[in-house]
Ligand binder design. Sequence first.
Ligand code: FE
Length: 232
Amino acid sequence: MIFEQLFEPESSTYTYLLACEETRQAVLIDPVQSEIERYIQRLKQLHLTLVYTLETHVHADHITGAGILRERLGSKSVLHRNADVQCGDLLLGDDCLLRIGQLEIETRYTPGHTNACMSYVWENKVFTGDALLIGGCGRTDFQEGDAGRLYDSIHQKLFTLPDDIQVFPGHDYHGNTSSTIGHERQYNPRLGHQQTREGFIELMNNLKLPYPAKIKEALPANQECGHQTSVQ
Ligand code: FE
């Protein structure tokens, strides 16, 4: 199996390339529009065909590359069905299984950061988007965010995975690349140390974070698979 973690520094976004060595079919999780040439070059180098782009959610801080990759490479865009993205090709729910060559990717609906967040489980890895971050979690103050819902998603859908499952988040702002479920369940400053649901809600409702710099252009563009601003 082929697995690479790619980083986009402006929004500190991680994109993941997963591929089947036998069929040479590949998926990209959370591709960023400004990095498309790099993805295409890498796919060519590895002789891979991009089958799907998987979004963990509709992003507020960067523009997705899903639409342009579909045009250039014929890939299909996959999102949660609550995302309200009409241009999506495959709108999935909880507990779906995507088969790409010999890869099997399971979907887990993990709302709370937004109402359409999806985590993807593949072998010993879980791609958590902005639901669970390394030593943190996604904010819950816009895009139908809900701190109580995020607590439930993380506890019911992510912390129920085995301790040694590797956590690969949608972002990291401190240079960390991965963690494990066991480590986050125990030590995550917002959710570990037996944090209660009430304590978590209180903490999340008092973060007072500034809005992401690109939210005004990113959200409408991402409802169109990234197309609105692709001509800039
Ligand atoms: Fe996000």
